[in-house]
Ligand binder design. Structure first.
Ligand code: NDP
Length: 401
């Protein structure tokens, strides 16, 4: 029985809090804090209606370390679950250290003026968390998160050696809107407009954004174009699995999404550096975010499925073997259960599971941890029990190229 403080009342925070409330035997008390308290109150009302559980709410600017520390000290949680934006990660980690509380997030820290997607800022907290006897768990979403757990599961149970690993992220959902991002628009656009990068034979290989594609036939979605991209779990997979010769990340995009993205980029609306407008500085991508739909508003509109997984090839008992592990999640089913579409669902459920494993002590340690460092079995069991069932398929060969 444990008290948790969740920070961030977006789509992911909403799913995580709903799922925590559905597991009241693990989470005895939930407080949800975010920049706008009314968003926390709306989620609390939905949770009460769906589960009968009351969630405490609070207004918080998590960029303010002193205010965050004070809230943690007042709530006295066992764990702080950070589901705000990557910009807040270091401030919330600081507040956790000041208040002596464990930490979990789903996305690595990013400075506002650089789209780098690097763990180094958070890995630098290793000694401070270890010396304080606290645990920080990084990247407990789907990707990063479940994809790293699938790789760890593959290594533990399915292959003796992994030679190549491909992560395939397909959102086959359709909102009916001309252009919308399925998680925070600012973070999403920073990610997809960054140069592609993958790991091959001991070095990073960089290329232009979204320049390399191939068609993959996704179960229950159909054939889709998927594009080579950089994604943050590549860095931790490279660190913890130096044996893997090639690690890549692929994400599907429809032609209409890419056409809009092209135009937005060409006119400068995805820029992350400030420009002067009517005598004041504005950051174009932040202005664009204000115009685009909030991910949490897409729930009732989205139809179709996500299909995300890993294809690993290597050897088992001396023979070549390729295994594909994936989860398929239905947008409408996710919405019916939690009021949020599947991209928020597939992130919020793993956040709840990581939190459950930490507060029950099944995952424990002192210092800063990535998902690859922890036993995959309790996590994969909970995925099956809490709405994200996964399957293993044997494939004849690794991904085409
Ligand atoms: P949203 O933009 O929907 O939600 C973010 C929430 O954080 C909003 O409620 C926002 O408040 C709040 N927030 C922002 N700044 C602050 C602040 N300074 N203090 C307090 N609260 C703040 O994003 P999502 O729910 O889609 O995503 C949440 C996180 O999950 C992001 O970090 C995202 O990168 C990550 N993610 C991870 C994935 C994975 O698989 N690992 C996949 C998808 C997302 P307000 O409403 O007032 O703006």
């Amino acid at each position: 029985m444990s008290r948790v403080l969740v920070i961030g009342a977006g789509g992911v925070g909403s799913v995580a809090v709903h799922k925590m409330a559905m597991n009241a035997d693990i989470f005895s008390s939930i407080t949800l804090a975010s920049r706008r308290r009314e968003k926390c109150d709306a989620i609390a009302a939905s949770v009460l209606e769906r589960t009968g559980v009351s969630v405490e709410t609070a207004a918080l600017d998590a960029d303010d370390v002193a205010a965050t520390t004070a809230l943690i000290e007042a709530v006295k949680p066992r764990l702080v679950v950070n589901l705000a934006l990557p910009y807040q990660d270091l401030n919330i980690m600081e507040a956790c250290l000041a208040a002596g509380v464990n930490y979990l997030d789903t996305a690595n820290y990013e400075p506002r003026d650089e789209a780098k997607f690097e763990y180094r800022w958070q890995w630098a907290y290793q000694d401070r968390f270890r010396e304080a006897g606290l645990m920080a768990l990084l990247g407990s979403g789907f990707d990063p998160g479940v994809t790293s757990v699938f790789a760890t599961y593959t290594k533990k149970h399915l292959l003796d050696r992994i030679d190549t690993l491909d992560i395939l992220d397909c959102n086959g959902g359709d909102t009916g809107l001309p252009f919308a991002t399925n998680f925070n628009p600012e973070i999403n656009l920073r990610e997809v407009t960054a140069p592609s990068r993958h790991w091959e034979n001991g070095a990073w290989v960089e290329g232009p954004a979204l320049a390399q594609k191939q068609v993959f036939d996704f179960d229950q979605v159909g054939p889709r174009n998927m594009y080579l991209m950089y994604h943050e779990e590549l860095e931790s997979l490279v660190k913890f699995y130096p044996e893997i010769k090639r690690i890549r990340f692929w994400m599907t995009f429809g032609d209409s999404y890419l056409k809009h993205l092209d135009v937005l980029q060409n006119v400068g609306l995805t820029r992350i550096d400030p420009v002067m407008f009517e005598g004041r500085e504005i950051v174009p991508i932040q202005f664009l975010k204000a115009l685009l739909p909030e991910p949490a508003s897409l729930g009732p509109l989205t139809r179709g499925k996500t299909n995300i997984g890993t294809i690993a090839s290597g050897t088992k008992d001396g023979a070549r073997k390729t295994v594909y592990i994936n989860n398929i999640c239905d947008h409408e089913a996710a919405y019916a259960e939690t009021g949020n579409q599947a991209v928020s669902y597939t992130t919020g459920v793993p956040a709840m599971i990581g939190a459950a494993l930490m507060v029950t002590g099944q995952w424990k340690g002192e210092g800063v941890f990535n998902m690859e460092q922890l036993d995959p079995d309790p996590f994969t069991d909970m995925l099956n029990q809490h709405g994200l069932p996964w399957q293993i398929h044997d494939l004849d060969a690794p991904l085409a190229f």
